[in-house]
Design a protein around this ligand. Structure first.
Ligand code: G6P
Length: 379
């Protein structure tokens, strides 16, 4: 089908705006199993033996999919209590981790065609067939294109529901991958009974509010990020910080900016700033801090204060717009007040918009950035 821009200046901007719909589609598809007798309210269509006796999970991915996997790890470990590692596929394929008999391997690739991810999975498939047959754990693919090389290789697939993405910098496919990980982590948690029915229900109800929470802030965020883009179009370096479940969002914010605006950016877990990156800070290096009330809020605020003391301009992605904490920020990119556990789906949006507007302001080819390809089918 021919995909059009529908009045948006670039596909990337259109795809950012499609994210509420992607979350709705994912909720309808995965969270629909509410029968009295059902073991779990989530239905991913996976065989029961994939869930049995799981000891650990290894995830392989590249780029933005790797960031989604880091959030997946957080969710699976914190909700379902299964030890989970995330690897760059290009590293893992040459130095695989020792697996136990019941290790689940998950490959995350939007395109289903990334060479390194496919190679890492092929290596794992071989370990399971013949060569080292004591391994029982299965392979699972998470992809936006089930009819792909990944789909051919891996029998168990969670299809993400982003629809076709044209912009090279992934946006809505990332959100769709997050939704797949929320579903998988909650499914595992329900089956293993590591969270109570009430908590499960509370989290799922929270997820159902997300589409309208994104919609509620999109317009404001558009305006604010466009304004900031004026000021930062010529900035040379950016630092993004977050902690806990929002650390991978700091990585993703930095990656988006690098990919399309060609500005050097680093994402860091805020608590690690003092071990090196803080030496880079001065009035010319803005810091974007993701500060969501919850387990690490005060910590992020105090890390942000340290950056401010080095004269960095501070931009806060936060629902808190008054009080002492919020006053440390020079600029605010507000998000709705949701549970920390669900916040990455909201906090990534202003960072996508910030990268978009800076690149657009610099007159760059947002949808086709230099040196990058939508899917990298060579090693
Ligand atoms: C390329 C794209 C990135 C993407 C990465 C992984 O580098 O430019 O946006 O995140 O590949 O792609 P995949 O299709 O495996 O998710």
């Amino acid at each position: 089908a021919l995909v059009e821009k529908q009045g948006f200046k670039h596909f990337m901007l259109k795809e950012i705006h499609e994210q509420p719909g992607v979350v709705r589609a994912s909720l309808d598809a995965y969270f629909n199993n509410f029968g009295e007798s059902s073991e779990s309210p989530i239905n991913l269509g996976l065989p029961a033996d994939l869930y049995n006796n799981l000891e650990q999970i290894q995830i392989v991915a590249c780029g933005t999919s790797w960031h989604a996997a880091l959030i997946g790890k957080y969710l699976i470990e914190q909700l379902a209590g299964i030890s989970t590692q995330v690897h760059y596929a290009s590293e893992y394929r040459y130095a695989p981790s020792p697996v136990t008999a019941n290790t689940l391997i998950i490959g995350v690739t939007q395109s289903g065609e990334t060479a390194d991810t496919l190679a890492a999975l092929a290596m794992e498939k071989e370990r399971r067939q013949g060569k080292e047959p004591q391994y029982q754990g299965q392979l699972l693919g998470i992809t936006n294109r089930s009819e792909s090389s990944l789909g051919d290789m891996v029998p168990n697939i969670i299809s993400t529901l982003a629809g076709i993405e044209i912009g090279v910098a992934a946006t809505k496919t990332f959100t769709a991958q997050l939704m797949a990980f929320y579903a998988l982590a909650l499914d595992l948690a329900a089956r293993r009974q590591t969270v109570s029915k009430d908590t499960l229900e509370k989290i799922i109800n929270g997820l159902r509010q997300i589409p309208k929470e994104i919609e509620a802030t999109l317009e404001t965020q558009e305006r604010l990020t466009e304004q900031l883009a004026h000021e930062f179009a010529e900035t040379k370096d950016f630092i993004f910080v977050g902690r806990g479940i929002n650390f991978p969002i700091a990585l993703e914010g930095a990656l988006k900016l690098k990919e399309i605006s060609y500005i050097h950016a680093e994402g860091y877990p805020a608590g690690e700033m003092k071990h090196g990156p803080i030496a880079l800070l001065d009035a010319k290096v803005p810091v974007v801090a993701i500060a969501i009330p919850g387990s690490v809020y005060e910590k992020v605020i105090s890390n942000a204060q340290e950056a401010k003391a080095r004269d960095s301009r501070l931009i806060g992605v936060t629902p808190v717009n008054d009080g002492e904490a919020a006053e440390i920020f020079n600029d605010l990119l507000p998000v709705s007040d949701v549970e920390e556990l669900l916040s990455p789906i909201l906090t990534v949006v202003p960072l996508q918009l910030l990268a978009y507007h800076i690149a657009a302001r610099r007159g760059l080819d947002v949808d086709q950035p230099r040196n990058l390809a939508k899917s990298v089918t060579v090693e």
